[in-house]
Design a protein around this ligand. Structure first.
Ligand code: 1PR
Length: 527
């Protein structure tokens, strides 16, 4: 029996799923006595350091947890739970940590994209029973903006490089904690957890760690999901967002099955977009919760969910907040939520009034769950103009002139699945969303979507150079070379594709095989 400390935020479902997948049962902490009686405690920490510490205090769990940690019984902390072991965090300086280890938590100060999102390696600083069955060259999934800075070196288990070397795991007696998410790190992560659960004692030294670790470029499989005319939930795919062919919604498979296939093929992340959620009352879209719950039972890689995340009022006048929606998605197994239409309306509002409200979906969700959990999905369309000052938008000069020879264009944001253009450009949208607390941009392009003509490198470069958060390039992938182009000619951290994977034209393994040796990737056999 594993006792799991769930303090109410973030994706604990995936940790439970991983533990159950490994054959153990999980009992959730509901009060202080549960911690006192625990024999093996797992603490998945997601979101904001302050929220975590506040919640432990409010629920009377802080002191029992400190006593447990001093007891010498086995403990596995994940992500913010690693940070919580230290004395303080720059994220919320007024909120003390548990103070089990000397040191503090600081924000990344490198000039790479922050949050640090994706699969990176580890360099072992000592042996550990956790390493049984691992080699050292495996990559693990990270998603964080802050990292620990221990005051002494004795508890450092692994380090990782991202701009500089930081501590990515600690070990002191039976207490271990990782900055990365083992439950989201495929085969390697499960192996680590399995060793912990088995109580393996033999110390293993990793022999094949790289001398410098490198964050891998991510390959993301995207599943556009909607109900077809028969009411079945299907994965579909449009051409420039038109998903009907001869009147019927294209049906390319079942969401849970396809996600499982892509995980096995080596997808570094899976995104589900509920593409008709703007129409209905989003919380009625319970099938998406089921899709997530079922997928997270057998896909041990990060999951993003988008579609319909916004405040709304039902016919009885009850207000549902975007934060509530997001919370339900996180609890169902999502690691990140993606906001599309609502982000455009929020940014329009900020541009009109000159200031944020503090209560937008982006601000609220990032405050509670951390900016790394908030992705902004942009659906832009190219609009050609004759000169840079023809419109009051951020205009770029293009190598591909418009129908009338125009040499400039801007990217008009759309809402409601590309149906409605709005007076805000994609570059400005990305910048304002970053300021509001978004942690990543999913950059689609309606002109390229479903065309197999390659990513819109001009759009991607314009957005990458305007923000410091990671950008996922999307729309237009048609062959393996397109992934090489996007990673060598733009600053995109990840590339997302749909059609070529669904139509089985190019398997994910083929993309990775092509990229191997050209850019850093996570090899497929790490799954
Ligand atoms: O506006 O918050 O409710 O979110 C709706 C979400 O659904 C948005 O993220 C929006 O991008 C998406 N969406 C809405 N309508 C469509 C549609 O296709 N009719 N899909 C749609 C967007 C774009 C990508 C696609 C890539 C790669 N799909 O996700 O997967 O373009 O395609 P390709 O590799 O085949 O070229 P909200």
């Amino acid at each position: 029996m594993i006792t799991l400390l769930d303090y109410g935020a973030g994706n604990v479902r995936s940790v439970i799923n991983a533990i159950e997948h490994l054959g153990e049962t999980v009992s959730l902490v509901t009060n202080a006595a549960d911690i006192e009686q625990a024999e093996r405690l797992v603490f998945p920490g997601v979101g904001n350091f302050g929220m975590l510490m506040h919640s432990l205090r409010e629920n009377g769990l802080r002191e029992p947890l400190i006593r447990y940690l001093h007891s010498g019984k086995p403990f596995f902390g994940i992500c913010v739970a690693l940070q919580a072991l230290f004395e303080s965090s720059e994220e919320v300086p007024e909120e003390p940590g548990l103070g089990i280890l000397p040191g503090r938590v600081q924000r990344f100060t490198c000039d790479l994209a922050v949050p640090h999102i994706g699969w990176n390696g580890i360099k072992a600083q000592q042996g550990s029973p956790l390493f049984k069955g691992l080699h050292g060259y495996e990559k693990f999934y990270f998603i964080h903006s802050f990292h620990v800075v221990p005051a002494t070196t004795e508890a450092i288990l692994t380090t990782t490089d991202y701009g500089y070397e930081f501590v990515s795991a600690i070990q002191k007696g039976a207490m271990v904690a990782t900055q990365f998410h083992p439950e989201k790190s495929g085969r390697a992560g499960l192996k680590l957890l399995e060793n912990f659960l088995a109580g393996t004692r033999e110390t293993v030294h990793l022999t094949a760690c790289p001398s410098t670790t490198v964050l891998a470029k991510r390959i993301i499989a995207c599943l556009d999901v909607r109900a077809n005319d028969q009411g079945d939930l299907v994965v579909t795919k449009g051409d420039q967002y038109e998903v009907r062919e001869q009147g019927a919604v294209r049906n390319l498979g079942k969401p849970v099955e396809l996600a499982g296939e892509y995980y096995q093929q080596g997808a570094d992340e899976i995104a589900f977009l509920n593409i008709t959620a703007y129409r209905d009352l989003p919380l009625k879209d319970m099938p998406m919760f089921e899709v997530l719950q079922q997928t997270s039972q057998h896909v041990f890689a990060p999951l993003t969910i988008g579609g319909g995340i916004r405040d709304f009022t039902d016919p009885d006048g009850r207000l549902y907040s975007a934060l509530e929606m997001a919370s339900q998605y996180f609890r169902a197994g999502a690691d990140k939520i993606s906001i599309g239409s609502d982000a455009v309306l929020i940014v329009e509002d900020v541009l009109r009034t000159g200031h944020p409200t503090g209560f937008s979906s982006i601000e609220q969700i990032s405050r509670v769950y951390g900016s790394q959990a908030v992705v902004i999905s942009i659906d832009p369309r190219r609009v050609y103009v004759n000169s840079p000052d023809a419109v009051a938008h951020q205009v770029i000069s293009t190598r591909y002139p418009g129908p009338n020879g125009e040499r400039f264009c801007w990217y008009e944001c759309t809402i409601r699945g590309g149906r409605e253009g709005r007076p805000v450009d994609a570059v400005t949208l990305a910048q304002v969303c970053e300021q509001l607390g978004a942690g990543e941009i999913l950059l689609n392009c309606i002109d390229r979507d479903g065309t197999n003509a390659g990513f819109d490198l001009e759009l991607i470069n314009a957005v990458c150079s305007a923000v410091t958060i990671p950008v996922i390039a999307s729309s237009g992938a048609g062959k393996v070379e397109h992934f090489g182009e996007v990673f060598t000619q733009t600053g995109a951290e990840a590339a997302l594709a749909a059609g070529i994977f669904h139509r089985r034209e190019v398997p994910i393994g083929a993309v990775k095989k092509y990229l191997q040796g050209k850019v850093e990737i996570r090899p497929v056999d790490d799954v």
